[in-house]
Design a protein around this ligand. Structure first.
Ligand code: X6L
Ligand code: MG
Ligand code: MG
Length: 149
């Protein structure tokens, strides 16, 4: 079994219900506080709710990723709009044990983890002292962010 951390984001429909349903479907053992955040990357869209889930999984990383994409589809994720546009649910594999993975379609730790307050803040609520492979702790990463999201 591996402890993995999954970023959850939603800005369409009943955002809190989407986050909670997704957390259930991915078998989260803990869910961070849910925070409301300004949209990044594509500004003209609704505010997001973001959270991070802790998952204790028997799946290899690529199979876990496949499961996350499947849950996105089951919760109505429509990928036909703009790349960074609004979504009912977004599930990103942030960390997978202490592994560093570079495979087609999967980079772990998530390559933008260190830049995004909307991910680091809920992650720090769960595991502030966790070491990010190749970097410092989650708390240190959060302290290193100025005002970016
Ligand atoms: C320049 C160009 C500056 C691109 C930033 C930032 C792109 C973030 C994509 C960027 C850029 C993203 C969420 C979001 C998205 C979310 C909030 C992304 C992917 N997902 N904003 N924007 N929460 N608050 O989950 O993260 S699109
Ligand atoms: Mg995302
Ligand atoms: Mg995603």
């Amino acid at each position: 079994m591996k402890l993995a951390y999954v970023g959850l984001g939603a800005n369409l429909g009943d955002r809190e219900a989407m986050i909670r349903r997704a957390a259930g479907l991915i078998g989260a053992i803990r869910l961070s506080p849910i925070v409301e955040t300004e949209p990044w990357g594509y500004a003209d869209q609704p505010m997001f709710l973001n959270a991070v889930a802790e998952v204790d999984t028997p799946l290899p990383a690529l199979a876990l990723l496949g499961h996350l994409l499947d849950v996105e589809r089951r919760l109505g994720r429509d990928r036909s709009g703009p790349r960074f546009g609004p979504r009912t649910i977004d599930l990103d594999l942030l960390l997978y044990g202490d592994e560093q993975i570079s495979a087609p379609g999967l980079e772990v730790p998530h390559p933008r983890l260190l830049e995004r307050r909307f991910v680091l803040e809920p992650l720090a609520a769960l595991v502030p002292a966790l070491k990010i492979p190749g970097n410092g702790t989650v708390s240190e990463a959060l302290a290193g962010i100025q005002s970016s999201s």
